[in-house]
Design a protein around this ligand. Structure first.
Ligand code: CTP
Ligand code: MG
Length: 335
């Protein structure tokens, strides 16, 4: 397959840095939100430990991986060893424990794909979802956080891409588009692929952090403070990277044969992963390998209809970045 040649991007591209950075800044959660999250977590810990003194609560997802925008819900994981209790019973009991205090709308959703307890804290206005023993999510949250420490452009790019995806309605897994987690992995992969690279591949480096979770070995180099200068030789600006990101997914990615892989810091082939045909509901129309659960394709939610929507959105965005006089407005126009 032939790729379109990389065209030269607009000459005035760097005029877009200021408006993009302003959008990024406006999305950062203010300090008082973080304080409220910590307060709510402390309250939940107190209530849970009365019933289960050994249990742990971890924040994961966007409130802990540094890719959370203002007013995000919090994702919490209850780590508990209850050998003789069904997960759904744990959730019912958890809902019960939390109900008794002054929390609102405490609901156990035991039949959801990922069973959770949902609640809202009227004191802070924060909603949260609590799942049970999803420790791989806690570990991949740390991996994302560690990547964000290496080069500031990752967080900027990911905020802008997530904001774009939400504005354009392509951040809804139940409609066949991609999760925020998938978009952040796409950003990490993209920055690993720049030349010179803006991010290293932490899982290919000597591991300084290693845990075994659900029979998966999760190991990587996590002394990221030593990598603070890694991205320096690459001088690309945020506007160039946003343009490059969309251009890649619009015109350069080989959807028929390629899998993007943060784990290896490279592109690997669908054939190698045996992701060449539909198995059950997994169609592998866009392939994003989970860094730890490597049999997981985060693109598995994408179907024949939504792949078209996604690719048209990537093309629209790339074309706006190339030609539109006012890309910062047009890009985020509600669909
Ligand atoms: N997660 C996962 N596997 C998936 C989807 C999500 O392990 N297929 C975990 C990841 O740890 C992710 C967390 O669940 O960080 C939350 O996922 P998601 O809601 O997609 O991302 P957030 O970062 O919370 O984004 P948002 O700000 O949109 O809530
Ligand atoms: Mg979330």
């Amino acid at each position: 397959r032939m790729y379109k040649r990389q065209t030269i991007c607009r000459r005035d591209i760097d005029n877009l840095n200021v408006p993009f950075l302003a959008i990024y800044e406006s999305l950062i959660p203010p300090e008082e939100e973080k304080v409220k999250q910590t307060q709510l977590l402390a309250l939940l810990k107190k209530l849970v430990s009365k019933e289960w003194p050994e249990a742990q609560l971890y924040i994961y997802g966007s409130c802990a991986n540094s890719f959370g925008v203002s007013k995000s819900d919090i994702d919490i994981c209850l780590a508990i060893e209850e050998a003789n209790m069904e997960k759904s019973d744990i959730l019912m009991k958890l809902a019960d424990i939390l109900q008794s205090d002054n929390l609102q709308n405490v609901q156990a959703l035991t039949r959801a794909r990922v069973p959770i307890v949902k609640l809202m804290d009227p004191a802070t206005g924060i909603s949260c979802d609590i799942c049970i023993n999803n420790l791989l999510a806690v570990v991949n949250t740390k991996l994302l956080w560690d990547y964000a420490q290496i080069d500031a452009r990752l967080r900027q790019l990911a905020f802008i891409i997530k904001h774009w995806a939400k504005s354009r309605g392509v951040n809804e897994t139940y409609h066949g588009t991609l999760s925020s987690y998938a978009y952040v992995l796409m950003c990490i992969h993209f920055l690993q692929q720049r030349r010179p690279a803006i991010l290293p591949c932490l899982q290919e480096m000597e591991s300084t952090y290693s845990v075994k979770v659900d029979n998966v070995n999760c190991a990587y180099f996590d002394k990221v403070r030593t990598l603070a200068d890694f991205g320096r030789p690459n001088k690309e600006t945020i506007a160039q990277l946003v343009w490059g990101f969309f251009y890649y997914w619009a015109y350069c990615h080989d959807y028929a044969n390629s899998v993007i892989s943060v784990r290896t810091g490279s592109i690997i082939s669908k054939r190698e992963k045996d992701w060449t045909r539909r198995v059950g509901n997994d169609r592998h129309l866009i392939c994003i390998e989970d860094p730890f659960e490597i049999s997981h394709d985060l693109g598995r939610v994408v179907d024949k209809r939504s792949i078209k929507v996604l690719r048209e959105e990537f093309e629209r965005a790339a074309d706006i970045m190339q030609y539109d006089p006012n890309p910062c407005v047009k890009l985020f126009e509600p669909y």
